[in-house]
Design a protein around this ligand. Sequence first.
Ligand code: DGJ
Length: 728
Amino acid sequence: MGIIYNADNGIFHLQSKKTSYIFQVDHRGYLVHLHWGRKITDSDLTQFLPIVERPFSPMTDPDEPYFSLDVVAQEYPGYGTSDFRQPAYQIQFDNGTTAAELLYQSHRIVPGKPRLEGLPATYVESDTEANTLEITLLDPVSNMEICLSYTVYESFDAIVRSTRFTNQGKQPVRLLRALSASIDFHHKSMEWIQLSGAWAKERWMHRKLLAPGIQSVESRRGASSHQHNPFIALVEPTTTEDHGDAYGFSLVYSGNFLASIEVNQFQTTRISMGINPFDFNWLLEPCETFQAPEVVMVYSSEGLGGMSRQYHKIYRTRLSRGKYRDQVRPILVNNWEATYFDFNQEKIVSLADEAKNLGIELFVLDDGWFGKRNNDRTSLGDWFVNLEKLPNGLSGLAKELNERDLQFGVWLEPEMISVDSELYRAHPDWCLHLPDRRRTEGRFQLILDLSRQDVCDVLIENLSGVLSSAPINYVKWDMNRNMTEIGSACLPPERQRETAHRYMLGLYRVLDTITERFPHILFESCSGGGGRFDPGMLYYMPQTWTSDNSDAIERLKIQYGTSLVYPISAMGSHVTAVPNHQVHRITPLSTRGNVALSGNFGYELDLTKMTLDEKELVKKQISQCKEVRDLTFNGDFYRLSSPFEGNETAWMFVSEEQDEALVFWIKVLAEPAEPLRRLQLRGLDPSAVYVEQSLGLTMHGDTLMYAGVQVPVTAGDFQSVSWRFRRL
Ligand code: DGJ
């Protein structure tokens, strides 16, 4: 592991356990990319820099005929000085022009990983875990300075990149584009994977061959969004779950982003990632700096599965923080789909009684407990208890729950303000809005202007009041609309287009303060389900409500796609009622349980309405969860069968010591003349012997992996099984 610099040829070789990332400062001062992929021995790859005549690719220096930035693989490219591809940055100078050129000035290698000012980021617990290379580049004409940061971890095959801009000139400049990272691949014959969808069908996997030109995903919604996740992967056409090259790019940010791929005329491929330049314009006064968020780049030669397991490890252990980072999470019941807004203390206590009998550990009181919130048209911002519903307040309810040995959790939607609220009547300018324009409502609500320090400060105090008012162990932090009329009453005209990013910085400050003030609280992020399931939020909250779609069959694709990047420990997953409230499908309770057990397990239905048989099964599921949650939380995750490719989904968890494994297999539709199928397991110790009691099977790991396990012939739709293998 390390960062090797050769001063003779200006080559940097960044090495993790299995990967090499190599680039060079050439004699002109440009940063030229040479290799990223499997670990290699040699650093001097100057053979990859032939100078070839390319008509219509302008020369940067007449004394060096045919050298053009248009054909060079670069680390952080600009526009306007001979490269015509997508730039990583674009700066508008005081004279109105935008061409710039960055040349190497200096570098330093520091142990550990410096913090990113104001932004969520991966971290180290000791400086021995990683090394960071910081390279300073300068545009000599404007004195604009850019610092590229590369962190190499000892135990992950990840390179973490970010970029910081400092205006060393005498005039203000405008950042029109300030991406976090750019990387050039020498070929184009690759496929790309995006995680896209919509509300209630988030993060479906889409895999396509790269085509000439630009292909991209982005968000312009002021949140990372249900529609596209801030993640893309590049793979070889032959890459599978287990074999082949897989490159992942994941942006640690929760707002507008761009992830873009350009295949150019010479069939090379450029990846660009960062804050979306669309509607972004940042004024940088002399001596000011701008820090772009970081991109976590993972390479694996062991296919998509290998890539995902790297992401799971780094995000679970060095992005998530706090008390709950390493702790399995309590089994919860949430009253949302049980009662919606229609509850009172008596109803909640009756649910809690059942919850206690069944072995549930945490009761979450969802939306509707505050102000006049009997529907979604009112009261966001008025965070005081509705005493008609809960006469003894949150503390009184918490007491009842604690007496039943249940922890207490509460729903909040702190970033929002209802038009019908006392807060809005008192402070109509506290929301994002533009002068003289309509204030477009989403779910009858507006968004608090968190680009304003005063609004953030009041929010922090109001939240602190609620969270100290009762023994609260858990918070579901919801966010149910995207931004429109993006502007702030407190910013001057020339800074209005900074609002969306300033909002994110404000939100991150609020989250930092609140999570630090209340370290004993488990925070779960939510945005109408998975509208902000991103690494930025994971930094503050170790789990996210994966989707408002809780149907077990719909969840197969959602959870499978989500697992491409995000650890299982981050996914909230609940058993809900049938017919399912989102798609009206009726699935067996056993299958609902099996799918939900593959995440942070809970229930979200009226427990008092279950039959005795159902309650018996729920008890079994809960005790199963208590037995296996350490494994699903900490274990290595292997995807065995994809819901995007067929009628069956299977995945499994293997403990680090390979002494335990848990397999889930789910079949969507019943089929006539069903073929007899075998499921080949993964990740086991080939020479170890494993026992699976329900199957009466004692087999070696190699048999289970290379011959497989016979899949049962089932009757009816939506069937599933779970198998637990233990080393003999
Ligand atoms: C959207 C969330 O995703 C739901 O789980 C629920 O909390 C509602 N909001 C409450 O309004």
